[in-house]
Design a protein around this ligand. Structure first.
Ligand code: NAD
Length: 430
């Protein structure tokens, strides 16, 4: 990928920030101070592969903004990882953490690799190499990683262990989404889906969208998608379409989320689910449904397919699934979009709870975690909606009218940017 192409990717992700900053009348030098990442690390990680040969991987860690607290964000293992992607993901974490009001800045990391083609031993050596390379720059009060696409609780465990060996201290708050046996939190695994579910409930109440019998379509059926499918199913929604990187399944009568997950576990894909019609990986985006949940990767909804979207409500659980051009088209069409930086914040919220519990050395029950998550997500939705009303909403807006006045994404960014701005101002950084 050329340098020019790469830099434009990050610029694209800054568009909602620029839009919100214009509404807030922020001066351009202040906007640049918010937009630019504070620290960018690029590391080389030589790994001895199982065949005895050394392969060198490139890893990244970006600390975007730490005015509101230590940097916080996941680590992605995927072949498409590049600096610009990590910068965008780190920036979104600054926004996300500010929206839900947790005391963190934004960070993100990644390694360009294909974990599906690596053995467990190779993944462990890669993770330990990455942890050693960035150990000096992370810590419970500096930058706290977590999983993202292609990483999991085991990888967090290896990372923590390497960090403990280097620092000589057992500090479980260095990383979140750890296994329970080493200081993980109950309720972390389904937290992103659970948080998305809570904001969906609030949005449905606010915009009079009936949930019972609502047809749900999901792109990507991984860690974040499976729990929200189950929670929506439990309240009477029908899961009519799902896909993953291999293919998709469609059944207008609905499919059982747990059975879909079992089928994927057994066959590595939702494709071929009994009783379903085979569809493509992208069909769930444009299929006839009431609620669309993009839960795969970024840039899936573009100016090419946005006009074909039929859902009334879109719940963005993937990070950055919609391009700015597509966002405008959806707004014109009156699709209500619960933006990624709000809808997918449940994961980092329970990661924050995990970090708090690690620091107290005292652990909460699942019920306590769930109550606190519900409160955070519900409050965040209400604050975003209030902001939307204050800055960009026709307050008489209802879902059946044209939504040209409503843009919850801009409202979310206004709320977050105000909070980041206030923290930077209070610290004297701007
Ligand atoms: P995952 O790897 O568990 O699941 C991703 C799913 O998407 C997999 O089923 C994969 O097969 C599928 N997929 C990949 N490419 C696809 C394509 N082109 N078309 C259809 N499906 C495709 O990852 P995850 O943790 O569920 O993360 C998914 C998204 O959610 C990412 O954008 C991630 O950044 C975001 N996210 C994750 C968390 C979290 O807590 N895990 C939190 C916030 C946001």
């Amino acid at each position: 990928m050329s340098v020019l192409k790469e830099s434009s990717l990050y610029e694209e992700s800054l568009k909602p920030l620029r839009e919100a900053s214009a509404i807030l009348n922020l001066e351009s030098n202040v906007v640049e101070a918010i937009a630019n990442p504070e620290r960018v690390l690029i590391v080389s990680i030589p790994v001895k592969m199982d065949n005895g040969k050394v392969k060198t991987f490139t890893g990244y860690r970006v600390q975007h903004n730490t005015a509101r607290g230590p940097a916080k964000g996941g680590i992605r293992y995927h072949p498409s990882v590049c600096l610009d992607e990590v910068k965008s993901l780190a920036f979104w974490m600054s926004i996300k953490n500010a929206v839900v009001g947790i005391p963190y800045g934004g960070g993100k990391g990644g390694i360009t690799c294909n974990p599906k083609e690596m053995s467990q031993n190779e993944l462990e050596r890669l993770t330990r190499g990455y942890a050693a390379a960035i150990a000096k720059f992370v810590g419970p009060d500096i930058d706290i990683p977590a999983p993202d696409v292609g990483t999991n609780a085991q990888i967090m465990g290896w990372f923590a262990d390497e960090y403990y060996k280097i620092t000589g201290k057992y500090e479980p708050g260095i990383i979140t989404s750890k296994p329970l046996s080493i200081g993980g939190s109950v309720g972390r695994e389904p937290a992103t889906g659970r948080g998305g579910f809570f904001v969906t409930i609030e949005a449905a109440k606010t915009f009079d969208i009936p949930l019972k019998g609502a047809r749900v379509s999901i792109q990507g059926y991984g860690n974040v998608a499976q729990p929200i499918a189950q929670y929506l199913y439990e309240i009477g929604c029908k899961i009519v379409a799902v896909s993953d990187s291999v293919g998709g399944a469609y059944n207008p009568d609905g499919m059982h989320p747990l059975k879909l997950a079992e089928h994927k576990e057994k066959t590595r894909s939702v494709k071929g689910f009994p009783g379903s019609k085979e569809i493509s990986t992208t069909d769930p985006l444009t299929i006839d449904c009431d609620i669309l949940v993009p839960a795969a990767l970024e840039n899936q909804i573009t100016k090419e397919n946005a006009d074909k979207i039929k859902a009334k409500l879109m719940v963005e659980l993937a990070n950055g699934p919609t391009t700015p051009e597509a966002d405008k088209i959806l707004q014109e069409k009156g699709v209500i979009v619960l933006p990624d930086v709000l809808a997918s914040a449940g994961g980092v919220t329970v990661s924050y709870f995990e970090w708090v519990q690690n620091r107290m050395g005292y652990y909460w029950t699942e019920e306590e975690v769930d109550d606190k998550l519900k409160r955070v997500m519900t409050t965040a939705f209400k604050e975003v909606y209030q902001t939307a009303k204050q800055y960009c909403l026709d307050t008489s807006f209802r879902v059946h009218t044209k939504a040209h006045q409503l843009n919850l994404r801009t409202a979310t960014y206004i709320l977050a940017v105000k909070r980041i701005y206030e923290a930077m101002k209070a610290l004297g950084r701007i």
